[in-house]
Ligand binder design. Structure first.
Ligand code: F6P
Length: 360
């Protein structure tokens, strides 16, 4: 193994830089290998100056830094790229150009740090012969085959702190405080932060809710003298028989943008006579320095990805299973996205301690 490439695709997540640093150090220390960084996801293969050398100097001091030193692109799907041709916007497939770009660099391995979209593309490129290793990144924690993705723990801590802070105003002003949290179609951030931050109601995509059931919890609390309530609501939560709320529609290039369900819930509560406010935590969940757990996990993933490359373990993804780093085929990891187990102990525990999911 003489030369490896690293790229970060999709949205940023805390811990990306820690993976890059660990991969670069392992490649240099253990294999005497040269490392190249690809800028802005797969786009770097098409851009002038899209590829930069990554040595010890370049990764010095980046362990606690959020974001990615390589830049990311979440419209960077080589299979669906919007371009202007003869003054008209068309969507084209540039995957063969990307493959040529990779071949030109003579890389023995390409580490792809990404979420479900980026890893799906990685598997497709692997089928074209690209020596790819996947590393599971996302605050949503929704990638199959791994117990946890890096970025999730940081998002969870930020969301929990936000819930703690909302408690004080909720209590002082006797309000129903709604917080809308990220996670797309997976409720992990909302469930775990909701439990850790003492929410009274948790709404997640996996458990469709009824507005009347939310009100039942708020009324019951008010009757017992608790005149405030905290509601943790996933951006992907939906009412029974209804749909998710989007702030922007999707197309073949852009995934639909979720957002607005928190406002819908807060307005419903107000219409029932309870003062309510909504906070959309948004990208604060992805920003800033990674937690110690995410740095530790990201470092393990980065080093393990290089070891896997040295074993020619291509078209595979590093993963955490039973607390140990292992790997599995990308096809398997991306086949079924991970979702909250609605019959699992986390949901049962939340119900045991009196949290409502709005379903009963
Ligand atoms: O997948 C990570 C995530 O932060 C989701 O939780 C959220 O729905 C989405 O990305 C937001 O994407 P963008 O940064 O493109 O608005």
């Amino acid at each position: 193994m003489k030369r490896i490439g690293i790229l970060t695709g999709g949205g940023d997540a805390p811990g990306l830089n820690a993976v890059i640093r660990a991969a670069v150090k392992t490649a240099i220390n253990e294999y005497g290998c040269e490392v190249l960084g690809i800028r802005n996801g797969y786009d770097g293969f098409l851009e002038e100056d899209g590829i930069i050398p990554l040595g010890r100097e370049e990764v010095r001091g980046i362990l606690p830094r959020g974001g990615t030193i390589l830049g990311a692109a979440n419209r960077g799907n080589p299979y669906a790229r919007k371009v202007i041709r003869d003054g008209v916007e068309v969507t084209i497939d540039v995957s063969d150009e990307i493959v040529k770009g990779i071949e030109k660099q003579k890389m023995d391995a390409l580490l792809v740090l990404g979420g479900d979209g980026t890893l799906h593309i990685a598997h497709e490129l692997a089928k074209k012969g690209v020596p790819i290793i996947g590393v599971p990144k996302t605050i949503d924690n929704d990638i199959g085959g791994t117990e946890i993705t890096f970025g999730f723990d940081t998002a969870l801590n930020i969301a929990t702190e936000a819930l703690d802070r909302l408690h004080t105003t909720a209590e002082s002003h006797h309000r129903a405080m709604v917080i809308e949290l990220m996670g797309r179609d997976a409720g992990f951030i909302t469930l775990n932060a909701g439990v850790s931050g003492g929410a009274d109601v948790i709404l997640i995509p996996e458990i469709p809710f009824k507005f009347e059931n939310i009100m039942k919890t708020i009324h019951e609390r008010a009757e017992k003298g608790r005149k405030f309530s905290i509601l943790a609501v996933s951006e992907g939560a939906k009412p029974q028989g209804g749909g998710q709320v989007y702030s922007r529609k999707g197309d073949e290039v852009y995934v639909p943008r979720l957002g607005g369900i928190g406002q819908v819930v807060a307005e419903y509560i107000e219409a029932q006579g309870y003062e309510s406010r909504v906070t959309v935590l948004g990208h604060l969940q992805r920003g800033g320095t990674p937690t110690a757990f995410d740095r530790w996990l990201a470092t393990r993933y980065g080093a393990a990805a290089v070891r896997l490359a040295a074993r020619n373990g291509f078209d595979r993804m590093v993963a955490l299973q039973c607390g140990e780093i292992t790997d599995l085929p990308l096809k398997e990891a991306t086949a079924v996205p991970k979702r909250v187990n609605v019959n699992g102990d986390s949901v049962i525990t939340a119900r045991n301690i009196g949290i409502s999911f709005g379903d009963e």
